[in-house]
Design a protein around this ligand. Structure first.
Ligand code: NAP
Length: 338
């Protein structure tokens, strides 16, 4: 394989694993960072053959750099999008870069003659706004943004994927577009600048999550998410495809139990307590993170990944392994002090 692929957001958690797998499989990789001052540190952490990766400066909020980054690329994995640990006051802080950045990347890809554009979307674009209860979601579902209480991040991913699909339908020409929709991504951490998703395990391990609210999420391993992107870049007939990338749904309570069962004394600070729903509702009056959890309380949202398994031969690790590997890395990197 000597194709060249652009991976946007090369400093990110998922992008790091993706770039490593692509280089290992023989691809040439172009990648973007907001500021080329990051290139040295990202190269060091990636620890791949430097001659196979070229860095370009490009921000989702500006046109500069995307044309240069795409030149010579037959494929794009558009991974970059803001994923903050907190909740911004203004949803546009996330929606605008997510949507406009995807459109910038698409326009530059078409102009450069890119064949295929794989976009990292999220189950955030699939599984929200459906009310409480037990639901099973597939790729046919879309988050209902007309419902109240949808978080800025969920809005940003839904708006961005919709805008990308609409643009491709209207103006994409021969460009093949497909999306990958991961649930909460865990697994080994390759940088101290880790993704917000890893924060859940960090807060349990360091004891700052003093009790578990009754909410949960699908979990998927970062190595499996990278692998699904590579499969979607290589397989024939991907135009219009959408793939959920998720292992099983797990309640936060169970994540805490897995950590304590598997890590012994290293999980001594992991809570054994639960927070009653009423207390989360009270906290929601002054805490934006609690506010984001309220619509989730008591709900179970299975995300069915059978399409990726059937069409792309994809497989996932057990979520227990991803959870424990996250914790191990956080301890080994000194991010969590035991
Ligand atoms: P991450 O480590 O925070 O990576 C996000 C990347 O986006 C970083 O490289 C970041 O660059 C870049 N970025 C953010 N704002 C940007 C801007 N204005 N211009 C250019 N680049 C910008 O998070 P991740 O987990 O790898 O997420 C990657 C993708 O997967 C995102 O699209 C996210 O929505 C999606 N996703 C993640 C999860 C999850 O649980 N982690 C689940 C579903 C979907 P800087 O390093 O400069 O900030």
């Amino acid at each position: 394989m000597t194709d060249t692929v652009l991976v946007s957001g090369g400093s990110g958690y998922i992008a790091g694993f993706l770039i490593r797998q692509l280089v290992a499989e023989g691809w040439m990789v172009h990648t973007t960072v907001r500021d080329l001052a990051k290139e040295g540190v990202v190269r060091e952490l990636l620890a791949v053959d430097n001659s196979r990766v070229k860095f370009f400066a490009a921000d989702l909020n500006a046109d500069t750099g995307w044309t240069q980054a795409m030149a010579g690329c037959g494929f794009v994995a558009h991974v970059a999008s803001p994923l903050p640990a907190g909740v911004p006051k203004d949803a546009d802080e996330l929606i605008v870069p997510a949507r406009d950045g995807a459109l910038r990347a698409l326009r530059a890809a078409k102009a450069a003659g890119v064949k295929r554009f794989v976009m990292t979307s999220s189950v955030a674009a699939i599984a929200y706004g459906r009310g409480r209860g037990v639901h099973t979601f597939t790729e046919a579902d879309w988050t209902d943004l007309s419902k109240p209480g949808i978080s800025p991040y969920v809005q940003s991913k839904t708006v961005a994927e919709r805008a990308a699909r609409d643009w491709v339908a209207a103006e994409g020409g021969e460009l093949e577009y497909c999306s990958i929709c991961p649930s909460v991504v865990l697994g080994p951490v390759w940088s101290r600048d880790y993704s917000a998703s890893v924060m859940i395990v960090r807060k349990l391990l360091d004891g700052s999550m003093g009790a578990c609210p009754d909410f949960g999420f699908g979990v998927v391993d970062v190595r499996d998410v990278a692998d699904l992107h590579v499969r979607a870049l290589k397989a024939p007939g991907m135009a219009g495809e959408r793939f959920i990338a998720s292992g099983r749904f797990v309640k936060l309570r169970e994540v805490a139990d897995i950590l304590r069962a598997q890590l012994g004394s290293e999980a001594a600070k992991v809570t054994t307590r639960n927070v009653p729903d009423w207390m989360v509702r009270v906290a929601a009056h002054f805490n934006p993170l609690a506010r984001a959890v309220v619509p989730e309380l008591g709900s179970v949202r299975h995300q069915d990944a059978s399409h990726a398994k059937a069409v792309l031969g994809w497989a996932t690790r057990p979520i227990e392994q991803s959870i424990v590997d996250t914790a191990r890395c956080l301890i080994d990197l000194g991010i969590v002090k035991i």
